[in-house]
Write a protein that binds this ligand. Structure first.
Ligand SMILES: [Ca+2]
Ligand SMILES: [Ca+2]
Length: 221
């Protein structure tokens, strides 16, 4: 264990973030911006309470994750590669299936887009992507597809992430329905306003209804 730990503190939360959503759980918890100037070695009771209430995880589980997280990452944050390794522990799929998709999931977990997943972001992402309601999980899925994080999806963004989804799902006969073709078909269904861009609302609205596409698109079942 290292000496310096950076953990989210209730005192250091900011409420400014562009990834606002429609009043679901995410809006209130997306404020896990960690003030990097302030370090603290342990979670205070207030932090635990805060994280517990925002993620819906019991306090002892928050502490358990905190311990696991800092054990391997004493600086309290994961870069892309470290995230890939840590994320494997959370999933049942064999590690080789997760390699491609974990890069995209990293983008969703890194809420403030600073290139690291801090503990608060991790816990939030874990809680929402594994236990959140469908809308919240699709909200996180959208971020996986938004490669340039500009708030909407194009066909060119959807295809590569779908390819990673094929790997995750262990789909063998890719040529039967190649990701590029799925992206095109999906685009037709998602892009209700027909402007070549898919907003988060369009993405969530359609995939809430269509379970078949959702199974292929959403990494968070
Ligand atoms: Ca971050
Ligand atoms: Ca985009």
């Amino acid at each position: 264990m290292g000496n310096t730990k950076s953990v989210p503190s209730a005192e250091n939360m900011t409420t400014s973030h562009e990834r606002t959503s429609d009043g679901s759980i995410i809006e209130s918890v997306e404020s896990f911006t960690i003030n990097k100037k302030q370090k603290q070695s342990e979670l205070s009771d207030r932090d635990i309470q805060f994280l517990s209430s925002q993620t819906g995880l019991p306090a002892d589980e928050v502490l358990e994750w905190h311990h696991k997280f800092f054990q391997d990452n004493p600086d309290g944050r994961l870069d892309r590669v470290q995230f890939g390794k840590f994320y494997r522990l959370l999933r049942n799929e064999p590690p080789e299936r997760l390699n491609l998709i974990s890069d995209h999931i990293f983008r969703a977990f890194d809420v403030d887009g600073n290139g690291y997943v801090e503990f608060g972001e991790f816990l939030l992402g874990f809680a929402i992507s594994s236990r959140g309601d469908l809308r919240s999980r699709l909200d996180y899925a959208f971020e996986c597809y938004d490669l340039d994080s500009n708030g909407y999806l194009t066909e060119g963004e959807i295809a590569p992430v779908l390819r990673a989804m094929y790997t995750l799902l262990g789909i063998q006969h890719v040529q039967d329905y190649p990701p590029e073709e799925v992206a095109k078909d999906l685009m037709n269904k998602l892009d209700v306003s027909k402007d070549g861009r898919v907003t988060k609302d369009e993405f969530i609205y359609y995939l809430m209804k269509d379970g078949i596409y959702r199974n292929t698109v959403n990494p968070f079942h």
